[in-house]
Structure formats: C-alpha cells, structure tokens
Write a protein that binds this ligand. Structure first.
Ligand SMILES: [Zn+2]
Length: 200
C-alpha cells in the first residue's frame, strides 16, 4: 500500500495499491493530483472532518472520479450550516459539499485487496476520524509535526476528547507513520516525545 501527500489548503492524500486508490481530504485542486491518479481506479473520497479546508475542492474530484464521498455524520452540522466559517474566519462560503456516505468506527475500505480501517478520534471536531493503513495512520487535525495539537474553539470542539484521542493514537507502534491534515508526516515515536506534557 502506498501513500502520496499533496500539500495545499489542507493535506490531500492518495492511498493506492494494485491499480486502485482512495483520496483523503480534497484540500488541493484536482490538477495537483490528477497526474498521479491517472492509472488508478479511484473508488472513494474520505473526509477526515467537516472543516472547509478539508473538502474545499471536493466537486472537482467528484467530477473527475465519479465515486462516493464519506464523512462521519457527527460533523454533518458543520458542513450543512457553514455560518461558523464567517464567524471564525470572515470568509463567506455558501458551498455545501455533497457527501453520500458515512464513516464510523470499524468501517473498512479495501484497496487492491488491502484494508484501510476507520477509527473515531473526536476532539478537534465531534466527527473527526483517523484512517489506519499498513504502518500508518492519517489523523486529520488531531496532532501535528513538532507537537502542535488541533484547535478546539470551533463549534463541537472538545479538549478532553481531543486528549483521549491523542492517547489512543499514541498506542500505535512507535515506527508507525502519522499523516496529519497540515504539515509534514512524522512517527508515533516522535509524537510521544513532543506531546508527553499534554497527556500527564
Ligand atoms: Zn480542522
């Protein structure tokens, strides 16, 4: 299973194996990703959480790949009523993404015979999910390189849930790669050193 990172408004990930692929967080224009996805059958688009920077280019991907989009329904309120975006960021966004499918704890997606598993890691938003693959986990905006953690001041954010979710992620093996929603990937072993202070 391979994973390719595109950095933009948010990180976009292309996970692929044996001719099939899945997109995570369409926060980059499709033009960045198209070339790499050319020979793949893209079967799904997954959104880690309902903050606009993680789905802003979704329509372009839906047009290109014609496949369903999935998100945890607990973040539905964030995408259905984007007024919080103006209140927090001063940006008028009247775009409501078309999301057909739901992501929940334990859901699985198969790519070329290999399995991705969904885990719920709330805190940054109520419906934040992680996507677990072979020796890696995509965590959305839960933790970042250098020890930053997701903000909890957006509607639905919850600091104590965020800490619980971080503890859960740190239980993965130390050599697991963590792919965040912004910035560079790092290993669980590094994250443990950076954010120990937060947890105890
Ligand atoms: Zn976010």
């Amino acid at each position: 299973m391979e994973i390719k990172l595109f950095s933009g408004f948010s990180n976009t990930y292309l996970i692929f194996y044996d001719g099939e692929g899945i997109i995570v967080d369409p926060g980059n224009p499709i033009s960045h990703v198209k070339e790499y996805a050319r020979n793949l059958e893209i079967t799904a688009i997954l959104i880690t959480h309902g903050h606009f920077d993680h789905y802003i280019y979704l329509e372009e991907y839906k047009r290109e790949f014609n496949c369903p989009t999935y998100m945890n329904p607990k973040d539905r309120f964030l995408v259905d009523d984007p007024s919080w975006i103006f209140e927090k960021f001063g940006i008028h966004l009247d775009y409501i993404p078309r999301i057909e499918g739901e992501l929940r704890e334990g859901d699985e997606f198969v790519i070329g015979g290999k399995t991705l598993r969904i885990i719920e890691i709330p805190g940054h938003s109520p419906g934040s999910v992680g996507i677990v693959g072979e020796k890696f986990v995509i965590v959305g905006d839960l933790i970042f390189e250098g020890g930053g953690v997701g903000r909890t001041d957006i509607p639905g954010g919850d600091e104590s849930l965020l800490k619980e979710s971080i503890r859960r992620i740190l239980e993965f093996p130390e050599d697991f790669w963590v792919y965040p929603g912004h910035g560079k990937p790092f290993k669980i072993g590094d994250a443990k050193k950076w954010i120990r202070w937060l947890l105890f």
